[in-house]
Design a protein around this ligand. Structure first.
Ligand code: SF4
Ligand code: SF4
Length: 332
């Protein structure tokens, strides 16, 4: 049985794991010293993830799809029996995560999802009653190892940014915002600035630079803004911003925000690199995009998966309020 391997996929290393082995990594971190797949094997997963929070994890599990007419001997049934509970565990984990065999996600994402969606291994690794030897379950399942490690949060599995580092990032990026000749902003953040303004935001936030960009452009509406895709001058102090990769390690940073950026560019008839005075850019934005539903709710408001969740501020209507008030009141 193949339970753990590293592979080079799309030019980068990916870790291929059985979904239920990830639960065992949580137990191991909680103090279990003999997880059934083997301590070393499980520790290797933890080590790789700790070294690289962006490590792509590919969830792999055998499904044995054999047609009954192709079963040549009773050995087949012996083989599937050995792996019976483990295969059910894999599928239980996948179901909770809303993923499928072959799903590939970064380590930070997978661990966040596991801890969020699987509060206990009871019911996955062990059942109320062992109905037969195949379904006996793991001796560690009721030890509390899993639950204890889970309580420590995702930073116990993948390294997170320190408060000090984020504070320093805030200081440096705010200095740039007030000093630099032009600002670099991702297109959908123009809308987030409007939401911030629309909900009455009037003080700096620790975790982003919305206030500072708003203040700079209100003080100088001629400030040039260059549109870029991906993280921008608003992101550096955010706990989800990864300064090593410049990626957003948050579910919204996987695909959703990239689409929102392109949707805004399409509506504005612009491309990355376009540079305009702040007042002209916001005038164009407010002309072409009336509601946040058009962009942040994808137009139809349908959530097709966790990755395509819709920002809570769509319902609150903050963009509409900010647009109505106008970022530059004197200009309207
Ligand atoms: S309880 Fe489950 S997750 Fe924990 S060691 Fe046993 S099999 Fe692994
Ligand atoms: S609805 Fe959310 S993502 Fe969309 S512009 Fe407002 S704050 Fe930003």
């Amino acid at each position: 049985m193949q339970g753990y391997r590293s592979e080079i996929m799309d030019g980068s290393e990916a870790l291929v794991v059985r979904p239920h082995h990830l639960l065992c990594t949580v137990c191991l971190r909680g103090g279990c010293d003999s997880p059934p797949p083997g301590r070393e094997r499980i520790q290797r997963i933890l080590d790789q993830v700790w070294r690289n929070r962006e490590l792509p994890i590919v969830l792999d599990c055998p499904l044995y799809p054999v047609h009954y007419q192709d079963i040549k001997s009773e050995e087949y049934f012996q083989k599937v029996k050995r792996e019976l509970h483990n295969r059910k565990k894999d599928l239980d984990v996948l179901r909770r995560l809303g993923l499928v065999p072959g799903s590939r996600r970064p380590a930070w994402y997978i661990y966040g999802l596991i801890l969020d969606r699987i509060p206990t291994v009871d019911g996955i690794c062990i059942y109320e009653t062992a109905t037969s030897p195949e379904w006996e379950g793991c001796p560690h399942a009721r030890s509390g190892y899993y639950e204890k490690a889970r309580e420590k949060g995702v930073g116990f599995f993948v390294p997170s940014r320190s408060k000090e580092e984020m504070r320093k990032a805030k200081e440096d990026s705010v200095r740039s915002i007030y000093r630099d000749e032009r600002l670099f902003i991702r297109p959908h953040h123009l809308m987030c600035i409007t939401c911030f303004y629309g909900r009455g935001g009037s003080a700096p936030l620790e975790e982003d630079n919305l206030y500072e960009v708003l203040r700079r452009i209100q003080e100088d509406p001629d400030t040039p803004i260059t549109l870029i895709e991906g993280c921008c001058m608003i992101c550096p102090p955010c706990p989800s911003y990864n300064p090593d990769t410049d990626l957003c390690d948050n579910v919204c940073g996987l695909v959703r925000d990239y689409k929102k950026d392109l949707d805004v560019l399409q509506k504005l008839g612009l491309a990355p690199g376009a540079t305009m005075k702040a007042k002209d850019l916001f005038r164009l934005l407010f002309e072409r995009i009336q509601t946040s539903m058009e962009i942040c709710g994808y137009g139809d408001g349908v959530v097709t998966s966790h990755e395509w969740a819709i920002c809570g501020n769509v319902k609150a209507g903050y963009y509409e309020k900010g647009r109505e008030k106008g970022i530059f009141p004197k200009e309207r």
